[in-house]
Design a protein around this ligand. Structure first.
Ligand code: PGA
Length: 223
C-alpha cells in the first residue's frame, strides 16, 4: 500500500477551517498531520503529528511529548523536517533523540532528509542518515519511514522541480544504506504523484497540495 501523507504545516488558521479540510480528506485513508492544536479534535485512524519533543515529560515549556501524542491516538510523527532544521536550528543530535523517544512510545516516525540548493545530495543525505539513525536498535530501525525531500524542491522554500528520475538517484543512494520504506516530498501534486511512485518511491509527503481538499483527494486517486 502506498503511503500518502499530508503535512498541513502551520495551517489552517481556524478550527472551523481545519474541520472543513479534515472532513474533505478523511475518506482517503491517508495519513494526516495537522498542527498539534487540532489533533485532539479529530478522531481518525491515521493521525500524525508534525514534531515531538525528545523527553516524555518534564520542564520543557511549549513542548509536546511522544507520550502525549500516543495518548491522543496519534500513530505517526514527522521528525526532522527541513523547516525545523532551518528555522528552529534543530540538530541531527536532537532529531536522533526525538526518533528514539517516538519509537519508545510506539509511534511511527517519518524522518525527513534532504539537501539544500547547491549542496550535494549524496553527502548531505548520507550524513543526516548516519547521525539521525545512530544507535537506534536494529529491531526498531525499519519502523522509521524515510522521506527524501530536497529542500530546493519544497513549494515554499524554492519550489524547484526535482524530476522522478533525479529523486530516484537519491532514493537509490538511501536504499544502499538502509532497508526502510522511502517516500518522496517536494511540490507533489495530482499530476506528478504517479511518476514518483512508479519509479520506486513507496509514498509521498505532501505539503501545500494537502491544504486543498479536492486536490488532495485527486492525489490519492492518482497514486
Ligand atoms: P510541499 O511541502 O508539498 O508544499 O512542497 C512538502 C513538505 O515540506 O513536506
Amino acid at each position: 500500500m502506498k503511503l500518502i501523507i499530508a503535512n498541513w504545516k502551520c495551517n489552517p488558521q481556524t478550527l472551523a477551517e481545519a474541520k472543513k479540510l479534515f472532513n474533505g480528506v478523511k475518506d482517503t485513508g491517508a495519513i494526516i498531520c495537522p498542527p498539534f492544536i487540532y489533533l485532539s479534535v479529530f478522531n481518525y485512524k491515521f493521525l500524525g503529528a508534525q514534531d515531538c519533543h525528545y523527553e516524555q515529560s518534564g520542564a520543557f515549556t511549549g513542548e509536546v511529548s511522544p507520550k502525549m501524542l500516543k495518548d491522543l491516538g496519534c500513530k505517526y510523527v514527522i521528525i526532522g523536517h527541513s523547516e525545523r532544521r532551518i528555522h528552529l536550528q534543530e540538530t541531527d543530535e536532537m532529531i536522533n533523540k526525538k526518533l528514539k523517544a517516538a519509537l519508545k512510545k510506539g509511534l511511527t516516525p517519518i524522518l525527513c532528509v534532504g539537501e539544500k540548493k547547491g549542496e550535494k545530495a549524496e553527502i548531505v543525505v548520507g550524513n543526516q542518515l548516519n547521525k539521525d539513525l545512530e544507535g537506534i536498535a536494529k529491531k526498531n530501525l525499519n519502523k522509521i519511514i524515510i522521506a527524501y525531500e530536497p529542500v530546493w524542491a519544497i513549494s515554499t522554500s524554492g519550489g524547484g522541480y526535482c524530476s522522478p528520475e533525479r529523486a530516484n538517484e537519491v532514493r537509490k543512494i538511501i536504499k544502499r544504506k538502509v532497508t526502510n520504506k522511502i517516500i518522496y516530498g517536494g511540490s507533489v501534486d495530482s499530476k506528478d504523484v504517479k511518476g514518483y511512485l512508479d519509479i520506486g518511491f513507496e509514498g509521498v509527503l505532501v505539503g501545500s497540495a494537502s491544504l486543498d481538499a479536492k486536490e488532495f483527494v485527486k492525489i490519492n486517486k492518482n497514486a
